[in-house]
Design a protein around this ligand. Sequence first.
Ligand code: LHQ
Length: 255
Amino acid sequence: MDEPVLVAEAGGVLSITLNRPEVMNALNRDMRAAITAGLRGAGQARVVVITGAGRGFCAGQDLGGEGIVGAAVGRVLREEYEPMLRAIVDCPVPVIAGVNGVAAGAGANLALLCDVVIAAESARFVQAFTRIGLIPDAGGTWALPRLVGRARAMGAMLFAEPVSARQAADWGMIWEAVPDGEFPARLAARAQALAAGPGTAIRGVKAALMASASNDLAAQLEVEAGWQGRCGATADFAEGVAAFRDKRAPRFAGA
Ligand code: LHQ
């Protein structure tokens, strides 16, 4: 039987591919565990990419085989979804969601919790929850209003209408929408660009922006000073400045 999640590392890029295309990569227990383990094992990787096999990215909770109802809904969220979502946020390196096709329910919000979202133009984001009598979960009520503002988050969540990749990019919900034919190459190029970048600075950008979600300005200035102190001591900073002065491209070691 095919693995429900494929995890592979190459050139500093850890790829986590959701691999149940026959159900649009709907999430079951094994997948949640494998995604969580993959992220926690990111170890030496410089960037993580989460994407989907087939024509969908992820249709959220498996509404078929797994059949979670009643009190189990809250339990599964706490015991299985929360560790997976925390693993994205706590991962020290950027996590890119490569949204190859439809992202619905918890699948949409898993993507929106990632640090960079790159979508194929044919992809769409569906806050499908109210269609089945649920509220948005998987961090969506935290992430979406911060990304697009309350009015758009409220509309998307109350009406549960698909938001196209282009609309999502125009709203600032995602980083970019890419023509389908260019999507795999663009996703790989973006991942490689981060993997080849100045490692401390790239980790620091993620840490500082995540901290800003709950910090006031004074606390955030401290976060910036701490990380900039660490970046300033790296060979990558010295190389970046030398390259600027020499009018050449920098060659970062990623220290
Ligand atoms: C699926 C699914 C699916 C199983 C498509 N499950 N098979 C957390 C904790 C605990 C409990 C509850 O919930 C949560 C959070 C959540 O995520 S709740 C929200 C769950 N997700 C949804 O409500 C989305 C349901 N799916 C859809 O709305 C559509 O299938 C989308 C928009 C994803 C795709 O539409 P289409 O492109 O038209 O494809 P399709 O509907 O024909 O789906 C293809 C196949 O995938 C189909 O199977 P079949 O055997 O008929 O070919 C679907 O049944 C299956 N599938 N989503 N979540």
